[in-house]
Design a protein around this ligand. Structure first.
Ligand SMILES: NC(=O)c1ccc[n+]([C@@H]2O[C@H](COP(=O)([O-])OP(=O)(O)OC[C@H]3O[C@@H](n4cnc5c(N)ncnc54)[C@H](O)[C@@H]3O)[C@@H](O)[C@H]2O)c1
Length: 347
């Protein structure tokens, strides 16, 4: 009879965009048609955002990207000043990034598994990827431990993600060299997770709040929105690089409207790229086009591009192109985290 060990053998390896110069490939795609030409234009727009000295870049992340091998890519964007703030799901930041920072892995599996047998072995499946459920439980408990150690009051998710970075720092550093939470902590890149209880941190919250019914840590979601809007007001010009849709997409697009409510004439997002598999016919948020966002006053239409592709294919090409173009080498870190710690932020 197969054991857990037999299933959790081959580790998912994160792609290293630094190793693959995709510039000639992506340039050639620009001479083609359809999705190839769209992707080429998107890569060019991302490079333009990086070149634009006035532009603050916000990366939005949804979907199961880090378990699929895209974590190091985001780590490289943070480390090389190619992104100034991140808006993400909790699954990506906690169940996947923090989980790997604790020393756990994602494993190659198959979509043709016997899921009842996987459940008996405490193995969770994401399409063709396996995770050890017992290790995820340790991640939940570590979240509870972090919450137990904090002053009991409401926090923005940005503040809590910062505390997760500090926890790694104070506990011997991450067990891997490509932790996004830790890189963002070191580089003063704020991370927002607007639906923070919808992940392993949520399990940590219910443990923490049950143990501390009267005084406990909680989430101030409105503070998240205000803080992200303050970044928009500080930066003025912004570009968004969006992977998938979901809450991170809408939250980030909406800061233009929020800024406009607080101060008149806030500029729309000047640059916008979205990589998605969503189908526009459902009229939903995840599938809404950037042109549609323009009707809401959120995104300018001059430099916007949708790329209809699964992220593991398109993201290394778009990010790899911008990395190898090298415009980031002249870019100063914006360190927006310092907006909230009373230190000076580069303008
Ligand atoms: N993904 C997980 O395994 C997982 C695990 C635990 C909790 N959650 C929670 O579920 C909630 C919803 O997560 P979500 O927003 O990631 O939902 P989601 O996976 O439905 O993604 C939102 C949209 O993004 C697009 N998308 C997703 N993956 C993509 C890909 N690989 N390539 C291109 N486009 C893609 C699709 O249009 C999708 O409808 C979050 O709060 C998250 O924390 C997710």
């Amino acid at each position: 009879m197969a054991t857990k060990k037999d299933f959790l053998k081959e580790v998912i390896q994160h792609i290293d965009i630094k190793k693959h110069d995709v510039v000639p490939l992506v340039d050639s795609m620009g001479e083609m048609a359809f999705s190839a030409r769209d992707l080429n234009r998107a890569a060019g727009i991302y490079d333009k955002m990086i070149k634009d000295k006035e532009c603050g870049i916000i990366l939005t992340l949804a979907g199961s990207l880090f378990s699929a091998g895209l974590k190091k890519l985001v780590f490289d964007l943070v480390n090389n000043n190619m992104v100034d703030a991140i808006v993400s799901t909790g699954a990506l930041m906690i169940d996947q990034d923090f989980f790997e920072a604790l020393g756990y892995k994602h494993y190659k599996g198959t979509p043709f598994s016997d899921d009842n047998f996987l459940r008996e072995l405490h193995i969770d499946r994401i399409y063709d990827t396996y995770i050890d459920e017992d290790e995820l439980r340790v991640c939940d408990e570590t979240c509870a431990k972090i919450f137990n150690s904090l002053e009991p009051h409401p926090y923005s998710s940005r503040e809590l993600l910062w505390e997760f970075g500090k926890y790694l720092e104070n506990n011997g550093g991450p067990k891997v060299d490509d932790s996004v939470i830790y890189a963002a902590y070191k580089k003063n890149v704020p991370i927002f997770v607007p639906a923070f209880s919808d992940c392993s941190a949520g399990f940590g919250f219910i443990i923490h709040q049950t143990q501390n019914p009267d005084k406990h840590v909680s989430i101030d979601s409105a503070k998240d929105f205000l803080e992200l809007t303050q970044i928009k007001l500080k930066s003025r010009e912004t570009g968004i690089f969006m992977i998938g849709g979901g809450v991170p997409k809408n939250f980030t697009q909406d800061i233009v409207v929020a800024a406009d409510i607080l101060e008149e004439d806030a500029p729309m997002h000047k640059y916008a790229v979205q990589i998605t598999v969503a189908d526009v016919r459902d009229g939903a948020l995840s599938s809404s086009t950037l042109k549609e966002a323009s009707s809401w006053g959120k995104v300018e239409t001059t430099f916007e591009q949708m790329v209809y592709s699964e992220a593991t294919v398109a993201m290394p090409l778009v990010a790899g192109y911008a990395y190898h173009k090298g415009s980031w080498k002249d870019r100063k870190p914006r360190e927006f985290q310092k907006l909230f710690t009373k230190e000076t932020v580069a303008s």
